[in-house]
Design a protein. Structure first.
Length: 218
């Protein structure tokens, strides 16, 4: 009987350990922000490709803007929905190859592309952590990876503002806390500081040029 109880206790500990491992990349907490406009007890997010490393960040690449972040693990790895939402596109789309687009609240959308196979269809409602596709290299891609993209009101933004890709954690400072829950900050709000600096720099440069011209005339 003692052996039986010990065995049950060991099995119980093993089950708890497996459960904790499952939650290592997906989080469901009361203090973590979410892209969804949700009640405080239902905030839920998940890193889209657990164990991945960044092979190409957001920004300028080969003379054009790279609108997402490229994440790599292995071929046909599970791609997970980052947040709860509705699938609004699932199919082949130009250089994206096989693409899944998920619409969330507050004008936010997430893109998952170059997939070897899409596992969801338009109209599906997914929860954060659901497997939505498998990594591949369809479209304009040279290796199997996930092109992960975040858009707000149709404008692509740097996903690193919402996720720390090194630790695979959500950045809570990228969200506004409201009475109803958390919502993502808009692209304009976060970029406004950079815009002001650029305008000031341009004005300063213009004044400097005008001053040099006056000196030359004298």
């Amino acid at each position: 009987m003692i052996l039986s109880m010990t065995r049950r206790y060991s099995i119980g500990l093993l089950a708890i350990g497996c459960w904790l491992l499952t939650l290592s990349s997906c989080a469901q907490t009361k203090d973590t922000a979410n892209t969804q406009y949700l009640a405080s007890d239902t905030q839920h997010w998940c890193y889209p490709l657990p164990g991945a490393k960044v092979i190409s960040p957001y920004g300028h690449r080969s003379g054009r803007t790279h609108s997402g972040t490229d994440l790599k693990t292995k071929p046909n790895d599970n791609i997970l929905a980052a947040f709860d939402g509705e699938v609004v596109f699932s199919g082949n789309y130009y250089g994206y190859g096989n693409l899944v687009r998920i619409k969330h609240a507050n004008g936010l959308e997430t893109y998952y592309s170059h997939n070897s196979k899409n596992l969801v269809k338009v109209g599906d409602y997914v929860k954060a952590g659901d497997v939505i596709a498998l990594t591949g290299r369809t479209g304009r891609a040279t290796t199997e990876h996930l092109h992960f993209e975040i858009r707000i009101n149709g404008k692509h933004v740097n996903s690193a503002r919402f996720f720390d890709h090194a630790t695979h954690q959500l950045r809570t400072d990228a969200f506004h806390k409201t009475k109803g829950g958390y919502i993502a900050k808009s692209a304009k709000a976060s970029d406004s500081g950079k815009l002001v600096k650029k305008v000031k720099k341009a004005k300063k440069s213009k004044k400097s040029k005008q001053k040099r011209r006056r000196i030359r005339k004298k």
